[in-house]
Structures are given as C-alpha cells and as structure tokens.
Design a binder for this molecule. Structure first.
Ligand SMILES: O=C(O)CC[C@@H](O)C(=O)O
Ligand SMILES: [Zn+2]
Length: 608
C-alpha cells in the first residue's frame, strides 16, 4: 500500500539493554514481552495487523495496568527519545496500531475495567482496554448499550474505537463517538496525565479537549479512560433484508425507510451481489445462506430498534407495503427475520463481507464518504478500469457499506495475492476521484500509515498545518505513533546523516540543515495561521499572525503589507460596530482578496 508504509525511520533512539531493564522494573518483567522470552508468533500478534498487510519489528511489547504506569512509560520514552505505538485490539484497517519500524508497542489490553455506571443517566466510565463486546454485555445487564457496534466487537477495544473515532453499523441512529464520548483521561507524550474525564452531559467550559484525542489515532496522547453516554437498550429489534434491481432503487428504499420508519430506524446497510457472493462462499456450511430465491444486483439491510414491538412491526409493514407496491417498486423481494437466529444470519451477510474479501486474497480497501447519488459510480468505474487493464478475472471489486451514512466500502480482492499492477491502477486514482466528487478519503477507518500521503485530498492546507502545530505542541519530539495520520516532516535519515558527517564541516552542515528544516516548518505554520486569521476576520488573531510572520522575517515570502492593510480595515470596522470578529460580514476589497494569494514565493511550500 502507499502512504506511511516505506517511510524512512525517524531520528529516534534504539531500545538498548539499559532501557529494557528500566521498563521491566517499571512494569514487572512479565509485562514486557521481548523476543528473548516469548515466541515469534506472540510478538507478531502485536507487530502485524490482522490482514497481514503491515508488519513492524518492535522488540518490546509493554503492558501497563494503570494510568500511572502509562505515564511513567511515556515520561521515560520521551526522555530517551524512544518512539511508541499505542495499541488496543489491533483490529484497524489502516495500519494505525502496529509499528512501522521498531517503535515500542504500548498495549492497553490489561486496562480493561468498567469503573462506574450511572444507571440514571447511562454514563459509563471505563478503561481504554475494555473489549467493546464485553462493555456492551456489561451494559446490557443494566438496560443500556454502547452507542457503537461493529464487526470486530469481540476483539476491538473501546479506547481504540475512540482513538480512531470508529463509525460502525449504528452510526445512523446514535451518531459518532465524537458526540457520545463525554470525557477522556489521556496521557501526553511527556507523561503528563490530562484529566478531562467529565461525566456530565453538558459541560461547555472552553476548549473541547477530549475531541483532540478522539480520532487522532494516538498521535497526540494515549487515551487511558473514557466516559460515554449510553442509550437505553431497545426492547424490540426487527431486521429486514431486501433485494433491489439498481442503485437508484437502493436510494429510493433508503428514502422510503426514513419517511416511514422515522425514529425507530437504527441501521440502513447495503451490499452488491459481488460482496454477497464472497460471504456465501466463505460461510458455506455455517447456516448462512442466500435468503432469496433469485439473485439481484443489490441488497439493503434495514434494522429498526424501539421500545414497543407492536408499534415497530406495524411501521415496518407499512414501509414494506410502500416499498413493494406499484409498477416500479423500490424493492423486488425481501424477508423479515422471524427470530433472533434468522436476524443474526441476515446481519452476517452484511457484517461478513470484510472478512470474506480479506481471506479470499489480498484486498485493497477504500473507505470513503460520497454524495449518495454518486456512491456506486465509483465501484462501476473501478470495475471498468480493472476490465480495461485485463485483470478483471483475478481482481474482483465489490461495493458495500453504510448506506444511511453515505459511506461506501470499495474492496478489490486480488485472488492471486498482492499485485502491484492492481495497486497502481487504484492509487492514487480512487483518492483523486473521491476528492473531485467532494467526498472524504476516509469516512470511518482513519488515516493510519495507509493514507498520510493523501490527506491533502480531504483536508485544506491550513487544516493540515494546524494539525502539525497541535502535534508539535503536544508531542514536540514526535514519539507518539510516528508515521501515522500526518506525514513525518522530511528529516534527514540516519544513513544520510552518517554520510554528511563523514565530510569535513559535516557536523556544521548537519546543524544548519536541521535548523533550516525547523525554520521551514515554523514558516509554514505562520502562513497557515495567517490564512485562518484572514478568513476569520478576527482582529486579535490577525494581529498575532502578522506578529508571528514578522518574527520569522517573512516579509519577502508572504504579502504582509496586504495583511496589515486588511488589519487596519478590520480595526476601523470593529471599532465602529463594536464587535470582535467580522468574518464573512465584511466584504473583501480587491486588495484584501489579493491577500488570499499569500505566498509570494510559490516554491516555498514545496521545499520540505
Ligand atoms: O473491511 C472493510 O473495508 C470495511 C470494514 C467495516 O468497516 C465494515 O463496515 O464492514
Ligand atoms: Zn464500515
């Protein structure tokens, strides 16, 4: 795969026997796994992702049992400049939880306790390493559920789910973890424990710090504990599985489901026939079979969850009538699960696709958000591309995913194993296609080591620069999950450094090169800040941005005069209107607009 895989090792220290001794003292020898004490397979579980696509070579797996131990590990790693990859159940799909090189693996699996549940509000406090399914089973006993469900529930951990802002099957109903996680306890790169563990539904006291850690893939801190707002467990659940003759009909089915099922709708998923064929092959003999007599190009799975079974079934039947009536009915055929066993088998047809396509060969996975009407176009064009290249017999594309969230999973399985020709056909083409269609290159799986090189296709330059500023502030040495989410700033590799050092004046050159690199990074941040400040129309922010640019001597590189003129205009307007920020309310003059073309030297942004 492209992206962070293949990134040169950063300038981190290597783990020596003294460091290992220290870590063993911290955690107790049995909680540090090394090649001397355990079998290669035991280490591989932590070094390799479940699909076998990415493999690091960490020689120490650290298994802390408390937040204090996590803190002590990170404090030490930061002092010693040792890189660390935090890991939960290691079920991710973008290589975010395995080392790229020899990073220490910080496994949270021993921190798996549910600490408290408020049975009135449904707010649970839980340690990061608790397995999602175990947390859900605990909550079930008290009439609640985790507002997240996904195929890997038996292995993934709630901390990993939050760190990657995992989406899953019931996003449509309960929304994202960003919305449901109320508080987070996290450990920063230098070992500081940040207690943002609010157990309040409403807490509007300044910056939403937990959000910094949710979805940041362990690059800004390690989540050790979290509080989650859990909904009441529904008493009545219905599952229906429909066949549709085109993607247009699939969309109509979704639209009708929304109208007729309203508040009881809890999932709307879809698969194409190719995806179903993979599952049926994989599940042969397990009782999972095609529930319909004929085959169709598309299938939609609908789930309702509510508190009144009769009311929900009535609604479901009204929906069925509407969906199956008239000449050009939205659905061609369908079944409603009569009991829990049937319901599970129908869910398996959808949930089993990922696993079935992974085990059938080497799979290239794309997890994208797209405007719903264009969602399946991507699958069709992919097939066409494979056909034109003459590889359609061995490279099989399927489309499935979370229809209700306009989240497509495009999987292409190469039946003959890893195939660079297929990869070249697909990347960067898929990502560029998605970007042009105003979609997201990662709907729910994150960036990991798989997509840092494509981040700019879904995030503006100023947004990426702000991400870098946050990373540099919270983890100045970059020890936390390096090579993931963001590309490492291009630094000299160790080999390059060694080469330079052999020269006369080598050390001097090296120091200058490093300083230059840092200066470029600072200047890029200044440009981003200036852009944000100009767009926001906030006087204070613009003043600060101009000041920063002046400090970095950037007169020759950005249009500072124009920025100063804009500041003066804003100051006058703010003074007369008495507000702090004008944003879009103040029309930009021609000169101000020129300010948008901030960078005088176009090559500047490419210099790293
Ligand atoms: O493997 C995939 O591409 C998707 C996995 C998962 O997000 C799903 O929805 O089944
Ligand atoms: Zn998914």
């Amino acid at each position: 795969m492209g992206g962070g895989a293949g990134a040169p090792r950063g300038r981190f220290a290597a783990l020596g026997s003294e460091e290992l001794r220290h870590l063993k003292q911290l955690l107790g020898p049995s909680n540090v796994l090394t090649p001397e004490e355990v079998e290669r397979e035991d280490l591989l579980r932590y070094n390799q992702d479940w699909m076998g696509k990415w493999e690091g070579r960490s020689s120490a797996i650290l298994k802390p049992a408390t937040t204090q131990e996590v803190s002590a590990i990170l404090k030490y790693a930061n002092e010693k400049n040792l890189a660390v990859v935090p890991q939960g159940g290691n079920t991710g799909l973008v290589g975010g939880s395995v080392p790229v090189h020899d990073e220490l693996v910080l496994s949270l699996l021993r921190m798996n306790q549910v600490e408290a549940l408020d049975t009135l509000s449904g707010i649970v406090t839980v340690e990061a390493g608790c397995v999602l399914e175990q947390l859900d089973q605990y909550l079930a006993k008290h009439g609640f559920m985790v507002p997240l469900d996904l195929g890997a529930k038996g292995t993934c951990t709630i901390g990993g789910n939050a760190a990657t802002n995992a989406g899953g099957l019931r996003y449509l109903r309960y929304g994202s973890l960003r919305g449901n996680v109320l508080g987070v306890e996290a450990v920063l790169a230098d070992g500081q424990v940040v207690d943002s563990l609010s157990a309040l539904r409403k807490d509007n006291t300044g910056y939403g710090l937990p959000q910094l850690f949710i979805g940041s893939e362990g690059t800004l801190g390690v989540i050790t504990k979290l509080t989650i707002l859990c909904p009441a467990r529904p008493k009545a659940v219905n599952i229906a599985f429909f066949a549709c003759s085109s993607f247009e009909h699939v969309q109509r089915t979704f639209s009708l489901a929304r109208q007729k099922l309203g508040e009881v709708l809890s999932a709307v998923e879809f698969c194409d026939r190719s995806a179903i064929d993979f599952v049926l092959k994989r599940e042969a003999g397990t009782g999972v079979r095609d529930p319909l007599e004929e085959t169709y190009p598309f299938y939609v799975l609908i789930e309702t969850s509510g508190s009144d079974g009769e009311h929900d079934s009535e609604k479901l039947h009204r929906f069925l009538e509407a969906a199956m009536s008239d000449g050009d009915a939205a659905v061609q055929d369908g079944v409603v699960a009569a009991d829990e066993t049937q319901a599970r088998a129908l869910w398996r047809l959808r949930e089993g696709v990922s696993d079935a396509m992974t085990t059938a060969g080497y799979v290239y996975k794309y997890d994208v958000s797209l405007p719903l009407p264009r969602m399946y176009e991507l699958v069709e064009e992919t097939r066409q591309k494979l056909q034109e290249a003459g590889v359609e017999a061995t490279a099989k594309a399927a489309g499935y995913g979370h229809l209700g969230d306009a989240n497509l999973h495009l999987n292409v399985t190469s039946l003959t194993g890893r195939d660079d020709k297929v990869l070249e056909l697909l990347e960067p083409w898929v990502f560029e296609w998605v970007s042009k269609a105003n979609g997201s290159i990662s709907a729910e799986h994150g960036i990991g080591q798989c997509k840092p090189h494509f981040l700019h296709l879904s995030k503006s330059e100023s947004a990426v620069a702000l991400m870098r500023t946050l990373k540099a502030t919270m983890d100045p040495k970059g020890i936390l999950n390096p090579y993931k989410a963001l590309r490492l700033q291009r630094a000299l590799t160790q080999a390059e450094e060694a080469h330079v050092e052999q020269h006369e004046d080598g050390a001097e050159l090296l120091r200058a090169a490093r300083q230059n690199l840092e200066a470029i990074a600072r200047k890029k941040q200044c440009i981003a800040l200036l852009k944000v400040a100009l767009e926001s129309g906030n006087v204070g922010l613009l003043e600060a941005a101009i000041h920063q640019c002046e400090r970095e001597n950037m007169e020759g590189e950005v249009n500072l005069d124009a920025a100063r003129r804009r500041l003066a205009t804003l100051q006058t307007a703010v003074f007369s209107l008495g507000v702090a920020s004008l944003g879009a309310t103040l029309e930009l003059s021609r000169e101000d607009r020129e300010c948008g073309q901030l960078v005088k030297d176009p090559e500047f942004t490419d210099r790293t």
